[in-house]
Design a binder for this molecule. Sequence first.
Ligand code: C2O
Ligand code: CU
Ligand code: CU
Length: 594
Amino acid sequence: MSLTIGMTNQLERATSPEVAVGNLASPPPSGEDHGQRGPQLDRRNFLRWTTYAGAAVAINPLGKTSGCGSDIGLSEEDYLSVDPRNPTNFDAPLLLPGATGALGMLSLTQSVEMKVTTAQIDPGVGVSSTYEVYECSRGGDVYFNPILLAQPGQRVNLSMVNKLADQPTIIHWHGLLLPWLMDGHPSYDVLPGARYDYDFTITNRAGTYWYHPHPMAYTARQAYMGQASFVIVTDAEEEALRQALDLTLGVTDIPLALQDRRLAKDWSPLYAPDLQEDSDGYLGDVIFTNFTINPRMDVATRLYRFRVLNGSNARTYRLAFRQGTTLLPFRLIGTDGGLLEEAHTLKEVFVSPGERVDILMDFGGLRIGDELFLVSLAFDPANNLPGDILNPSGGKEAHQSMGHEVADEPAPPPRLGHGEDFFLTRFVVTSLANQTYSVPSPLSVFSPVVVDTATPRPIRMSASYNEPFIWTINGYSYQEDEYPIVVQKDTVEIWEVTNEVNGMPHPFHLHGPLFRVLDRSSSPEQLAPLVIDEKGRLATDLGWKDTVLVWPGERVRIAVPFFHNFEGEQIYLAHCHILEHEDHGMMMVNYKIV
Ligand code: C2O
Ligand code: CU
Ligand code: CU
């Protein structure tokens, strides 16, 4: 069974004027200024269009006629064949990054044109369904969701062409510190048919970064439909590590993108949140790893590296390697912003939406025929929301006024709860290797952040008690021209990020600079076994971060160095990476570096 991706005539739909722009009160900007819209553009008409068109799309992602109620979801029989709780369902070969095709590795040394379009994908189960992808070609080869390779100091020239039928889009480079006009701020999303030209220089150290859409009102839906992939930055330190451990990207150094989805009857992704899900986050029940449902990977008796990205809209994973009932130790070597200083031996790690963990797993002690799984262990999802605050009957207007696409005909509820135990990838030992290695110590050297004496800035994540379903940061939800947080360039601030007790966990994400976690307090019980220092930190807190999970009642203090060499004021976003919280400006604010 192989994973195939091909062009589809969905593209025709994308260029049909009736569908693409016919409903727009004002036409999209044509060629001038490359179709980029400035923040000053009035989007009221656009949002009005979004509301009804979005709802239609959400119910009916493929334009097919759908039945009513649970009729639109994957049939029970089909679901049982891919239920991730059942280890016998894991047979599809894992899609590995290759020289071309889906997740093909593409160097950014040459300029690239990326189309945002639709493609037919067989996620390894012998069906062909429609996803949204980034597509580009080079030298006669076609790539879908390419893994972009870059080095510090490298200039990147990339243009994105929006070939979607009916939605604005823009690419955000998650984790990269870029001038804000290159960052994929939603003010610069482009309408169908238009393009956005990126021209920037990589300033980050080596690490596993990623890219995904960030338009107003459509981020959650588009990432869910498939638009997400990696940017892998490599530097000399990283090269030395690969040498020392004999790692080859795509062979023994494997990016793994985890995404959960609900599927329609024909196995296409079904994005149709009801009001409650648009508020809490939209969970899936089928787990995709690199676009493969329930994959299997054959391994040799040696060391492998897995760069795990949680690209899910709302699901957190508690990752572990399990053989039978035994958890096997692995080494955590990196997080969002690259390598840690030292490897940490762990048996489990939480990874919330947006976060990355870089892991070494040694299959060296195993025998041919041995099997083990990457799993997500059971945990308490800590959803402490009082039901009466987010009353489903009260919020629809608030949602619609912000351009939400709340399905009139919602998807059937997910079968896989948040925090359930399930399997992710099956590893089968099929060949012998004789490897001796030693993990470098230190892995990396970085200087501590020198924190200003300034008073910490409180960052409060909470639900708005006045407007049901609206999440806020410091009481604000997103306004395009509002900057609730203003910081001075070239200073380091401590942000004290808190989450209300009667809430739910929120992965707090910053665009722009990466940060360090200083300490955690009032953490939930279930984190206690994972705490590695007197500051209450977890192993994942020890490196450079762009996203940090904050549990209900918890306080996480981070140090953010607002250093950059860009011209003028910079406007970035701070938001929760549960994409339904981020989307439509719920738990999202602008912040400005002046
Ligand atoms: Cu993954 Cu606003 O970002
Ligand atoms: Cu919402
Ligand atoms: Cu959130």
